[in-house]
Design a protein around this ligand. Structure first.
Ligand code: OFO
Length: 169
């Protein structure tokens, strides 16, 4: 279980890097609101990674940091970025579900409770990205609609504090 939790720590860090890379790409397109949103996503993924880091230590496990593959750096367009993001989140959901299955099979009740937060979080992560993607498709990924969305997404705030209360302390 400890090894699998370390593996997920790596994937959360990969997620953070992927969203930071997307933020850079969106910035270059001049879409600073979308870039800001992705940067907040990077912060959030870093906090996910740290949740695994803290939990492994709390259970007296060893931290085994692994090599993280470099993320993609180029996309076709704005829609492609969010399609990629949704695809990535589905894969993370699959990984979290596998971890949960393992915790149940091993009778690891503490990990089961710890992972609950991530199961719920993945539903939200997928829903949020799916919603942005649907709107982008409605406006065809270009025009004034994109600028309106850019303004809206520039308002996103990310607070680590709001995530902390739901961790296994
Ligand atoms: Fe995007 O939720 Fe963590 O990886």
């Amino acid at each position: 279980m400890c090894q699998a939790l370390n593996e997920q720590l790596k994937w959360e860090m990969y997620s953070a890097n992927l969203y930071l890379s997307m933020s850079g790409y969106l910035n270059k397109l001049g879409l600073t609101g979308f870039a800001h949103w992705m940067r907040a996503q990077y912060e959030e993924e870093t906090s996910h990674a740290m949740k695994f880091f803290d939990y492994v230590l709390k259970r007296d496990g060893d931290i085994q940091l692994e090599t993280i593959e470099g993320p993609k750096q180029e996309w076709k367009d704005l829609i492609d970025v969010f399609e990629d993001s949704l695809h990535h989140e589905s894969e993370i959901t699959w990984r979290i579900n596998n971890l949960m299955k393992m915790a149940k099979e091993e009778g690891d009740y503490a990990s089961d409770i710890f992972l609950h937060w991530f199961v719920v979080e993945q539903v939200e992560e997928e829903e949020t990205v799916r919603d942005i993607l649907a709107k982008l498709k409605i406006i065809g990924g270009k025009g004034d609609g994109v600028l309106l969305m850019d303004k809206e997404l520039s308002q996103r705030n990310f607070s680590r504090k709001s995530l902390k209360s739901i961790t296994v302390e």
